[in-house]
Write a protein that binds this ligand. Structure first.
Ligand code: GRF
Length: 210
């Protein structure tokens, strides 16, 4: 589905960046009308940065320890995102809680992927939390970011069945595959201007503006 407008996005990642890779691949194959303007990491040797460099995407490593306050750290990230003309910020394994400084710079323009069916199992290791709890259906969620962790309005979710021979690891692998499918799809909905936040609900229209 080729559209004219390519939404300029920035990706924040702290780790291996497989979700970032899925976004890169979808944008390359034109399934996703997005242009990744910059990838920012708080971890200098994060593999996410290597993936970006390999594709010629501008990268920035930004060390929390170089800033006295969280506000200054977030203001610096916001400044980099703005310098690169980013409209939508995509968190992809960014292991820091977003504060008001960064959120306020991108209100309703920041999204996250979480490896559990929210509102169940927010926080770290959602897949393992779900597995240990004994759920029969696990999954993942893409949501807008608000002031609370893993809490904002939900854009889309995918369910993954837990099988008898699953371990937390095999389950996490299957959830990750679904993450790679729904994250680019959610960004595409944004790019097409089809998402409207209505309280806790995200309305998805056939067409229309944001
Ligand atoms: C994913 O499980 C994502 O849901 C969570 O952090 C992990 C990042 O993995 N927020 P990757 O760096 O995209 O491989």
């Amino acid at each position: 589905m080729a559209h004219n407008r390519k939404v300029p996005i920035g990706v924040l990642a702290s780790g291996s960046g497989t979700n970032l890779q899925a976004i890169i691949d979808a944008a390359e194959s034109r399934e996703l009308d997005a242009e990744i303007r910059v990838v920012i990491s708080d971890v200098a040797d994060a593999y996410a940065l290597a993936r970006s460099r390999a594709k010629g995407i501008p990268t920035i490593a930004i060390d929390r320890k170089s800033f006295q306050t969280k506000q200054e750290f977030e203001a610096a990230i916001a400044a980099h995102l703005n310098t690169h003309g980013v409209e939508l910020v995509c968190l992809a394994g960014f292991m820091r809680i977003i504060g008001q400084t960064l959120l306020g710079a991108f209100p309703n323009r920041m999204i996250n992927i979480h490896p559990a069916l929210l509102p169940s199992f927010p926080g770290l290791h959602g897949q393992r939390q779900a597995f240990d709890y004994g759920v029969k259906i696990a999954g993942c969620t893409v949501h807008f970011v608000d002031g609370k962790t893993d809490h904002g309005p939900i854009i889309c979710q995918a369910a993954v069945e837990v099988t008898e021979d699953d371990t937390a690891e095999t389950l996490a692998e299957r959830i990750l595959k679904e993450e790679h499918r729904i994250y680019p799809a959610a960004i595409q909905l944004y790019a097409e201007g089809r998402l409207r936040i209505d309280g806790r609900r995200v309305r998805i229209s056939d067409k229309g503006g944001l």
